[in-house]
Write a protein that binds this ligand. Sequence first.
Ligand code: NAP
Ligand code: MG
Length: 495
Amino acid sequence: MSDQYRNFIAGRWVNTGTQGTLTNINPADTREMVGVFPAGGAEEVGEAVAAAKDEYPKWRLVPAPRRADIIKRAGELLVQHKEELARLMTREMGKIIVETRGDVQEGIDTAWYASGEGRRLFGDTVPCELPDKFGMSARMPVGVCGMITPWNFPMAIPTWKIFPALVCGNTVVFKPASDTPATAVKLVEILLEAGVPPKAINLVCGSGGKAGDAIVDHPDVAVVSFTGSSEVGRKIAARGGEHLKRVSLELGGKNAQIVMDDADLELALEGALWGAFGTTGQRCTATSRLILQDGIHDKFVNALIDRARKLRVGNGLDSGIEMGPCINKAQRETVKSYVDIGINEDRATLALGGHELTQGDYALGWFFEPTIFIDVKSGMRIAQEEIFGPVLSVIRVKDFDEAVRVMNNTMYGLSSSIYTRDVNMAFRAMRDIEAGITYINGPTIGAEVQLPFGGVKATGNGHREASHTVLDTFTEWKSIYVDFSGKLQRAQIDT
Ligand code: NAP
Ligand code: MG
């Protein structure tokens, strides 16, 4: 059964869009149209921003603990609807059901964390150099925030942005990925039911080029928070720069797991399988390179191939399935094109997979085999470019120094992992790996909301989501001086 979704603009649900309609297809069974939704563009964004701007002066004066109570209530509603939301998400983007439950859970965790901030939002109080004078700093909201999100975490990523932005006193215009509008509609319904004032949250579905660009270009959008590819992020930074806008960018990755000779190999194997093939490799933190030390290389590769071959690929709602489809036809074609590059241009050895799955029920969706390349060299395209699919490139190294050199030889710097029992090596890795996230004896995926999330180099522009660090995106610092001396006191002069 196909649903008709609506946009939510200026306090009203709207059926039609100036850019026509878009369809939401189940990537595991393309016969199923999950829904049809209106596509907005500059006109809808204009109305949404005007509404958010109008609401902002009122919302910013609601005490932060009250704003936070509403987000806590949204978290309770997510708990109540978790299973139904997870099932809808699997239908709309193909992740297996245990992972979509995890995606909703991350939204719940974010609700608890962000609502706690309503009673913190710490600033500093500091001594002043002049007598009878008081100094402090406070976080102030910024205004209208434009949120542009990808399809691979349809609940977690929007909540990472929207919950703290609202707690801080901002209002929101939200453009979800065109592949995942249904989860976005549900999230907005939940926020409204929880008590967010209607004009404080606006939903404009529509293509990146139309609705996304309109958000970035609108002069009344103070902050753009974007998660997606580095290619689009670069364009958004340039356009936002024209307006001197704050732009927070969470972009691509080419993450690697290192396994040293002394590692717990069974543990490292489980980590590699989960990191590389979880979410069909479509995580910004996915393990797409596996760096193996010489001594364990052959043994590890054999075990890895054996286990990856047995992964059960299929519809994420079916029990026992371990890997779902690619998000859409174009993404599967990209994956296939990288397999061809790996074979023909890079001349690596294809050790497992490499093909679309097209037989039987697989013909209904965008399935691809778990794929492993060996004999990969660090400079090859399959070891440099983000593929965003179930493709793992294995690189052999002789020692720790070479492992870290290979790890760092990428334009990206999001997540990283090392398996070793040597505590000295672990600490050197923590210090020398160039990445926003380093796991010791854990896979490259599995972030928790109370720690900063983001990366270095082409993975972003220095902002961090989650943790209290996200508050720096959604607030401006104000320094406040209170002089209670009753006379003119001149800093740096009258001391
Ligand atoms: P994408 O193509 O960059 O799209 C992301 C969002 O931007 C979508 O909502 C998209 O809309 C929109 N968009 C596209 N072109 C735009 C433009 N010119 N102006 C404004 N908005 C525009 O990325 P994706 O394919 O959805 O997601 C995969 C990428 O996201 C990967 O590179 C992955 O590494 C990255 N990612 C990063 C993180 C992180 O936190 N670092 C987390 C998850 C994913 P449409 O859907 O309509 O195209
Ligand atoms: Mg879909």
